[in-house]
Write a protein that binds this ligand. Structure first.
Ligand code: GLY
Length: 363
């Protein structure tokens, strides 16, 4: 087994490791506190069916409870957090209990939030089983739940004891979900890692075929960037905002389609396209980089059709995003491959134009 890197996430709340390694789940006991109470694995039935043995083998003789969550963006709701908390209480959880979140981004967000509020906060270990969770959602301590009014409108920062990322589990991931995670890796390349972007541009076939050395490398590089950004700015008061490239537009698409039409990563892909058009239109991004970003998004596409979705409706949803402050939408815009800036002073006309162009590309 090739040993892969371990990255340190250092925040005021906690310093912890994000381990990227084939077999990383086996290291779960290394990150449990010496004295801990009951262990609660929060997962979905499909993940448990495929990968339960990895957790069972890792925990060995340690007893643990498994709590199932239905999964899906539509179920990422407070009612399910409450139901899981009730189950934990019935099963004798106390302040020494540990939550082990075992799944994709919806599970890591929701189980992280459960841990954050159960008895005012117990520890969580994140084990990410989708590419999107491995390179983004499970790292950095964001936890939460959706409201009808919008995505992730309830939540808090709750840093885990560790994040375990085993690229081997991706082999069972449906191809569409794998590609949805790749869009977050493209994001990382555009915002902070030109070499990562160039690798994605040049090695599409190896990336899509999940060649080990390529997949392990792009995950590790994404986690390295995420760990560095979160360590600099845990609470998103500054640099962490760059991680939202494509997300503001993407969230409006997800909300407009009631969280059913697009996977999060697919919506982010469309959102990065819109932000790239906007940056180019504002004269911030040279033609060559503009073309490169659109070309890479195309190479890893397509996303589901956006046919019939109104540009005006998407634009009006932008102001409802939680990143909008006093009606000013904060746009993360590329200025070259590997660098973005945040702008809160963009007038509505070019925004609408960028939305229209991005919609036209994806019909
Ligand atoms: N997913 C963006 C962040 O963690 O800040």
């Amino acid at each position: 087994m090739r040993v892969m890197p371990q990255f340190e996430v250092s925040t005021p709340q906690r310093t912890y490791a994000a381990v990227v390694e084939r077999g990383a789940i086996g290291r779960l006991p290394d990150f449990l506190p010496a004295r801990h109470g009951k262990l609660f694995v929060v997962t979905t039935e499909d993940v448990w069916l495929l990968h339960a043995d990895r957790v069972r083998d890792a925990l060995g003789a340690r007893p643990f409870e498994v709590l199932f969550f239905a999964g899906g963006e539509g179920n990422k709701r407070m009612a399910h957090v409450e139901a899981l908390a009730e189950q934990m209480a019935e099963l004798g959880a106390d302040r020494s209990s540990i939550v082990i979140a075992f799944g994709g981004g919806i599970v890591t967000d929701l189980a992280g939030f459960l841990a954050a509020i159960f008895m005012r906060g117990i520890p969580v270990i994140q084990i990410a089983t989708t590419l999107l969770a491995q390179v983004d959602a499970a790292v950095g301590g964001k936890t939460g739940s959706n409201l009808v009014a919008g995505k992730n409108l309830v939540g808090c920062f709750h840093q885990p004891l560790a994040v375990l990322i085993d690229p081997a589990v991706l082999l069972t991931l449906p191809e569409r979900e794998y590609r949805a995670g790749l869009y977050e890796i493209i994001k990382t390349g555009v915002i902070a890692s030109e070499p990562l972007f160039r690798l994605l541009a040049g090695e599409r076939d190896a990336v899509l075929a999940q060649h080990h050395h390529v997949v392990d490398h792009i995950i590790a590089e994404s986690v390295r960037v995420k760990a560095e950004v979160v360590s600099e700015d845990e609470r998103e008061s500054g640099r962490r905002k760059i991680l939202n490239f494509g997300h503001t537009f993407g969230h409006s698409l997800e909300a407009e389609t009631h969280y059913t039409g697009f996977l999060h990563g697919e919506a982010v892909s469309w959102g990065m396209r819109a932000a790239t058009y906007l940056a180019h239109h504002l004269g911030m991004l040279e033609a060559v980089d503009f073309q490169s970003i659109l070309a890479v998004l195309d190479r890893y596409g397509p996303i589901p059709s956006v046919h019939g979705i109104s540009a005006e409706a998407l634009q009006s949803r932008l102001v409802k995003d939680k990143k909008t402050i006093q009606t000013k939408v904060h746009f993360v815009l590329p200025v070259r491959i590997g660098e973005v800036v945040v702008r809160a002073d963009v007038p509505p006309e070019p925004v609408l134009k960028a939305i229209e162009l991005a919609l036209a590309d994806c019909r």
